[in-house]
Design a protein around this ligand. Structure first.
Ligand SMILES: Nc1ncnc2c1ncn2[C@@H]1O[C@H](COP(=O)(O)OP(=O)(O)OP(=O)(O)O)[C@@H](O)[C@H]1O
Ligand SMILES: [Mg+2]
Length: 289
């Protein structure tokens, strides 16, 4: 791959697998494929961050006198990017190195409280910092886990993104949600943020279907999503991530690539290679245009 790319994991519907795919793809791409990956957790729920903290406990926690885990003082956080009391934050205020290949800008519930005094300067801070710190030269992929809202956080993520990726769970309302999502991004690119984006387009890598099963009702919902994607010229990933009870009930620190499950590992491997392939195809189109 050429210069690093920034990809937002986006769907305004909650609980569709954004965080699961963001953390599991990041881990697989870094740990198994050896790419340099930065995860940015811009969701104040910080689920992605919690999973990585549980997995790499020594990077995140100290022990108090009673042996209890406490979050390290001064741990890097996305909050330091936006906190006006931190003057010109540096990468060490913001980026936590989990392994040589896998780094994270941890999410922080505190950023919920700054949403009220957001302004366009704040919305652009993430994008500007990625440029200022030359993060696209340092990482092959920068993956942003977004919350299920259209808000300051998604605006900040999209302003920093080259591409977006949509996990979609088939149900009665998925097509309505996907339609809204693509319209919102279109409006964002063409109208709301046209100036800030300097004419840059943000393309969709594709939709990956999540939490699917073999039931006939489900096939209908999946067919609806495929029809929608075809009508909007959006790529649909060949592999789906089916419903697996153990992903719902599993421990926070367990990643798909860690499980001794050949089938699940094959799924994440296949989604990861299609993910890279799609980025390469879209990169080439960008050059041609
Ligand atoms: N393929 C799957 N099969 C079963 N459960 C899954 C699957 N993928 C994710 N889950 C579980 O479903 C729940 C929601 O997934 P996840 O947190 O990834 O969604 P999300 O889109 O990030 O949610 P939110 O919009 O709240 O951020 C989690 O408990 C997760 O473990
Ligand atoms: Mg999430």
């Amino acid at each position: 791959m050429g210069k690093g790319k920034v990809i937002s994991f986006l769907n305004m519907k909650g609980g569709v697998g954004k965080t699961t795919l963001c953390k599991d793809l990041s881990f697989f791409l870094a740990d198994t494929l050896g790419l340099k990956v930065l995860v940015i957790d811009i969701d104040p729920q910080s689920n992605c961050t919690q999973s990585f903290y549980e997995k790499y406990q020594s990077k995140a926690f100290d022990r108090d006198g009673h042996g209890n885990q406490i979050l390290k003082r001064d741990i890097p956080s996305i909050h330091n990017l936006y906190d006006s009391s931190v003057t010109s934050p540096s990468t060490t205020d913001v980026i936590l190195e989990l392994t040589e290949n896998l780094h994270i800008i941890p999410g922080d519930l505190q950023i919920v409280f700054m949403e009220r005094n957001t302004n366009s300067a704040n919305e652009q801070k993430l994008a500007l910092s990625i440029n200022k710190w030359r993060l696209k030269e340092k990482y092959d992929l920068i993956l942003i886990d977004c919350p299920p809202t259209y808000s300051f956080y998604t605006t900040a993520a999209l302003l920093a993104s080259d591409y977006y990726f949509i996990p979609a769970k088939p149900d009665l309302y998925s097509v309505l949600g996907l339609n809204m999502l693509t319209n919102v991004v279109k409006q964002f690119v063409e109208v709301d943020q046209a100036l800030a984006l300097h004419g840059r387009n943000i393309k969709c890598i594709g939709i990956v279907i999540t939490m699917s099963s073999d039931s006939p009702g489900m096939s209908k919902r999946i067919a609806d999503i495929r029809d929608f994607a075809a009508s909007k010229d959006i790529h649909i990933f060949e592999k789906t991530l089916p419903y697996y009870e153990k992903l719902l009930t599993g421990r926070m620190d367990t990643f798909i690539a860690d499980r001794d499950d050949v089938k699940l590992e094959e799924i994440i491997r296949s989604i990861a290679s299609e993910f890279i392939e799609r980025i390469e195809i879209l990169d080439e189109q960008q050059i041609v245009n």
